[in-house]
Design a protein around this ligand. Structure first.
Ligand code: SF4
Length: 456
């Protein structure tokens, strides 16, 4: 299921064929649509649409173009509308200094009112910002106090502005223009935005994506935007669908929550296996206790699965390029399950990778690397620091001073048993990348730097 977080289906363009538009949206897997009000009348129509169609939700607000026309009475009506149970957001609101249809002071005053209304009702805000980034960010900053949440829709700003919006906790959505052949700039900006912060939108009836450019837009055309985003992020179409649907659920509370505690989960064309949330490290960058989500998959296990349950969760592994033991926890904490499942997968001819913190010997009280011979094709070991002291500081291992020498020994042993051995570090100003690289070279293994907060 995918979610169009921004459409204007109350516009006259859909007067004659709204039912067909919604039917095509359903066929294209669009499970929810947020109809975004641009005026008082359009906000009322959004609510009417939402009451007619189960999968349509309403956002209410007055576009900055009409800011100078908003009367006290209009505002009171909007405050009454906000109580409708299908209203999931406030907007679209913001600033438009491109068309300048209302004086800037009026636009800013009404933007403030929308933000206050959104916070008062704990709703996200849908922000329109055109040629007005500086004032827009200033006003948003004045409202940031933990309760501010929302999305900058149809983003057209720079990487720097995107970064500031992300820091404010906002989401960013890209509409049809991201598909245009001359839109390399927007695609470059999108690349800088964490995929965990993007949303899908069409802005129907405007901004149709390629190859429908120039025609009336509709929610089913999300299918032209998703492959472009997949290409930008190096992910699959299914990954983008799942991640953006999860993001929309988080922000607007619509759609279906992700199934909790996934044991087997796909990213790109690899299948990941999550057998435990236990770990002998407490890395400073680890989110497993607070937010166990990876690329839209919820990995917080309610209990650890048995070998049989893991195999059942894997199902038919035929189509995957690689099976990876990873998850939010250290797989060698459950060495017996890991080996049994690896044997099953090898019997099916699968390539297997193990992501580990390298503490397996300490955890199991014996040297374990040789036990992976013939089962694991690649092992990725988190080195994370150039010295034992720094490792202790960053990873806070339960094994204390023994941890770093043990992981170095594990790397050496793994070289004898596993065809491909790689060590990795997480990019951080505290870590000396060159020294870590040198350690890898001396050990004769591959080296990789992972981006902070990018998982999967
Ligand atoms: S080793 Fe991995 S799972 Fe364990 S604390 Fe560090 S990041 Fe988290």
């Amino acid at each position: 299921m995918i979610i169009d977080t921004h459409a204007h289906l109350d516009f006259p363009e859909y007067k004659s064929d709204l039912e067909s538009v919604l039917s095509r949206a359903k066929d294209a897997d669009v499970g929810c649509i947020i109809n975004v009000g641009t005026s008082l009348a359009s906000s009322e129509k959004s609510i009417t649409l939402a009451s007619r169609f189960k999968n349509v939700y309403a956002s209410i607000g007055i576009h900055p173009h009409d800011a100078s026309k908003v009367s006290d009475q209009n505002w009171q009506t909007l405050e009454r509308l906000v109580k409708d149970q299908k209203v999931v957001a406030i907007g679209e609101t913001g600033l438009d200094y491109y068309r300048n249809r209302s004086p800037h002071e009026d636009q800013q005053r009404i933007f403030h009112k929308h933000l206050a209304l959104a916070k008062a009702h704990n709703l996200p805000v849908i922000i329109h910002s055109r040629d007005a980034s500086e004032d827009c960010l200033r006003i948003l900053n004045e409202h940031k106090n933990g309760a501010l949440k929302g999305v900058v829709h149809c983003f057209s700003g720079t990487k720097e502005i995107a970064r500031k919006c992300i820091e404010l906790g906002l989401y960013i959505s890209f509409a049809g223009p991201i598909t245009f052949s001359n839109a390399n700039n927007i695609r470059e900006v999108a690349k800088s935005v964490p995929v965990e912060r993007i949303l899908l939108e069409t802005d129907s009836p405007f901004l149709s994506p390629q190859p429908k450019r120039g025609e009336r837009n509709e929610p089913s055309y999300l299918s032209f935007i998703i492959p472009v985003l997949a290409d930008i992020y190096g992910l699959s179409v299914n990954d983008i669908k799942r991640i953006t649907t999860f993001n929309a659920y988080k922000l607007f509370g619509i759609g279906v929550p992700e199934q909790e505690g996934k044991v087997a989960y796909a990213i790109r064309n690899s299948l990941y296996i999550n057998i435990t949330n236990r770990c002998s490290n407490v890395c400073s960058f680890c989110m497993r206790e607070t937010y166990p989500i990876v690329k839209g998959h919820h990995l917080g296990l309610k209990r650890e699965p048995t070998t049989e349950e893991v195999i059942e969760a894997i199902g038919d592994p035929t189509g995957y390029d690689e099976i990876v033991f990873c998850g939010y926890g250290e797989p060698t904490e459950r060495l017996d399950v890991l080996l049994a499942v690896a044997r099953f997968l090898k019997s099916k001819g699968k390539r297997i990778r193990l992501d580990t913190n390298g503490h397996g010997d300490l955890i199991n009280g014996r040297h374990i690397a040789h036990e992976f011979k013939g089962l694991v094709d690649t092992v990725c070991i988190s080195l994370n620091a150039e010295t034992a002291e720094k490792y202790e500081e960053i990873c806070k291992p339960v094994f204390g001073k023994k941890a770093y020498p043990a992981l170095i020994q594990f790397i050496k042993d793994a070289k004898q048993a596993i065809p491909n051995v790689q060590v990795s570090i997480v990019e951080s100003p505290n870590v000396d990348i060159e020294r870590c690289k040198k350690i890898a070279e001396e050990l004769g293994v591959d080296f990789r730097v992972r981006k902070y907060n990018v998982l999967g």
